[in-house]
Design a protein around this ligand. Structure first.
Ligand SMILES: Cc1cc2nc3c(=O)[nH]c(=O)nc-3n(C[C@H](O)[C@H](O)[C@H](O)COP(=O)(O)OP(=O)(O)OC[C@H]3O[C@@H](n4cnc5c(N)ncnc54)[C@H](O)[C@@H]3O)c2cc1C
Length: 327
């Protein structure tokens, strides 16, 4: 009896340890992480999905009109639809943030917010990014009510209206140019007296008659009426003059912060870019660290769309599958 008990105990421990060894981790439950989870689970991998606080950037938008197959859907409902697609798949959900991710031999060690530690043979990192904001007084109430960080996403809501873009780098110039085709007038407000963005973009901006530049100026207030944005107040820095512009939309284009704080700075220093993003070497998802893949806005500084993030998730899962197959 004792020997049989010992045998089954050892079998249990062995199979548990073995099954732990086979698992792969996906960190993040936005379009990138969820799409990666679906592809990885369907390829028969045992997936552990760290969802964090489930605060995908997509939840910041009232309406998504450009996700193929799901027209006129709110960001919240689109995320719910994506999550519901996990049902019935072999995916273990851990609804906590990852606080530390490091290398342990050939494996990756993940510690979550509760202090639980597990190691994985491969990781798909899809934690997204957070747009920088000015932290003005009523920002929180105005997201999706005139205030946005994504012209490509929300620009169409302002057809024939006046809008403001805040920023002076390439993304601000690109957003202003994009919006100039949709909006009546586009103001671009920059706190310095010259733009940082490429000369060619600056030239294109100058040619666009409905773009008005407000240099050396800082936005100090967002005005609102009936719960929606109605304009901005700005101060010209050198003249100390305060003025108001009435607009229906304001787009922050002052950069974003990839969510890479949990990556161990020693292990990951060679694959982190100057803006904190993960640098990829192939297909936008493969990195220089074997077994460590990325997907979505945490690495993508150019497109930052739900559909491109979901596409990255698919690619990362397929590359991860090929990597494990080769091993
Ligand atoms: C205002 C606004 C409007 C937008 N509108 C549109 C639109 O209309 N159409 C469109 O295509 N795109 C839109 N976007 C862009 C879109 O939201 C993003 O491109 C997309 O969500 C990126 O997906 P992702 O999975 O890379 O990151 P996210 O969707 O941001 O998801 C990141 C996930 O990682 C998790 N996470 C973060 N840190 C940790 C951690 N340490 N541990 C565990 N989990 C973690 C988060 O909780 C979240 O679940 C909009 C963005 C904004 C800000």
């Amino acid at each position: 009896m004792g020997v049989r008990y010992l045998f089954f105990l050892m079998l249990f421990i062995f199979s548990f340890a073995h099954s732990e060894e086979r698992k792969i981790a996906i960190v993040g439950a936005g379009p990138a992480g969820l799409s990666a989870a679906i592809y990885a689970a369907r390829a028969m991998h045992e997936v552990v999905l760290y969802t964090g606080h489930r605060d995908s950037q997509l939840l910041k938008t009232e309406q998504v009109d450009n996700y193929i197959g799901a027209p006129e859907v709110s960001g919240f409902n689109l995320m719910e639809k994506m999550l519901s697609q996990l049902k019935g798949l072999n995916i273990e959900l851990i609804e906590r943030n990852v606080v530390a991710l490091s290398k342990e031999g050939h494996r990756y060690r993940i510690e979550d917010k509760n202090g639980d530690v597990r190691t994985y043979k491969a990781v798909i990192f899809a934690t997204g990014s957070v747009a920088k904001t000015l932290h003005l007084e009523n920002e929180d109430q105005l997201w999706g009510r005139g205030l946005s960080t994504c012209a490509l996403c929300d620009g169409n809501l302002f057809k024939g209206k006046d809008v403001v873009v805040i920023g002076g780098g390439n993304s601000a110039l690109e957003e202003a140019l994009y919006l100039s085709r949709i909006a009546r007038r586009v103001y671009i407000v920059h706190r310095r007296d010259s733009f940082r963005g490429d000369k060619t973009l600056q030239e294109a901006l100058r040619k666009q008659s409905n773009i008005i530049t407000c240099m050396d100026s800082e936005v100090v207030k967002l005005n609102q009426g009936n719960g929606s944005l109605t304009g901005i107040e700005l101060i010209s820095k050198s003249k100390k003059k305060r003025s108001e512009i009435r607009v229906s939309g304001v787009f922050y284009a002052i950069g974003s912060m990839p969510n890479t704080q949990c990556l161990d700075s020693n292990d990951f220093k060679d694959i982190l870019g100057s803006g904190g993003e993960v640098v990829t070497t192939k297909w936008g998802v493969v990195t220089d660290m074997p077994g460590f893949f990325v997907a979505g806005d945490v690495a993508d500084r150019r497109f930052s769309q739900a559909i491109t993030a979901a596409g990255d998730g698919c690619k990362a899962a397929l590359e991860m599958d090929a990597y494990i197959g080769q091993r």
